[in-house]
Ligand binder design. Structure first.
Ligand SMILES: Nc1ncnc2c1ncn2[C@@H]1O[C@H](COP(=O)(O)OP(=O)(O)O)[C@@H](O)[C@H]1O
Ligand SMILES: O=C(O)C1=C[C@@H](OP(=O)(O)O)[C@@H](O)[C@H](O)C1
Ligand SMILES: [Mg+2]
Length: 173
């Protein structure tokens, strides 16, 4: 069993919102490792960071990623930092991994002022710039294809993914 596709990308790339639309379009289940982690911990992500620290969050995340990749066959969204762990990048090999790319200005517009992302609590623009610089090569490393999301709605991005998936399933491709 394997996910139809796995969405990766930085915070604000639209993994959760676009993933839900892709799953709906395909008529399959949607799963987000962030929700799995919250269910396991019994509390929201910001509280995990405050009470237990980022390292503990990453430990829960590695377990959530491994479980979902092995046992889920719908559309799977990962948290933006999941690709930091070598173990997770290795586990993604052989899966259809869609990198939702977004540049700094759109990412800041989308998540800069929101709550719920503890890493962005202080100076979201500078933090996002640093995370993008650090992580871009890692997203590219695990991706089997990249979809640019700047200036596009989640619906437009989801439609492109659905078209690509439909093409993938055609005989001879
Ligand atoms: N393509 C897009 N265009 C504009 N806003 C978007 C887009 N994708 C997501 N958003 C908005 O950005 C915010 C973060 O989206 P989300 O799906 O949670 O991103 P991620 O899971 O990648 O962090 C949400 O408010 C969402 O509505
Ligand atoms: O980039 C990160 O390190 C994180 C991204 C978040 O998920 P989204 O990318 O869905 O916002 C969430 O896993 C946590 O706040 C840490
Ligand atoms: Mg998300």
């Amino acid at each position: 069993m394997a996910p139809v596709c796995v969405l990766v990308g930085v915070m604000g790339a639209g993994k959760t919102s676009t993933g839900l639309l892709v799953a709906k379009g395909l008529g399959v289940d949607f799963r987000d490792t962030d929700s799995d982690i919250e269910a396991t911990a019994g509390k929201p992500i910001p509280e995990i960071f405050v009470d237990d620290g980022e390292e503990h969050f990453r430990t829960l995340e590695r377990a959530a990623v491994a479980t979902a990749l092995a046992s889920f066959d719908g559309v799977l969204a990962l948290g933006g930092g999941a690709i930091l762990a070598e173990e997770n990048r290795a586990a993604l090999a052989g899966h259809r991994v869609v990198y939702l790319s977004v540049e700094l200005s759109d990412a800041v517009k989308r998540v800069g002022l929101g709550t719920g992302r503890p890493l962005l609590a202080i100076n979201p623009r500078a933090t996002l710039k640093h995370l993008l610089d650090q992580r871009r090569p890692l997203y590219a490393e695990v991706a089997t294809w990249t979809v640019v999301t700047d200036g596009r709605t989640p619906e437009q991005v989801a439609d492109e993914i659905l078209a690509e998936l439909a093409g993938d399933r055609q005989p001879g491709r």
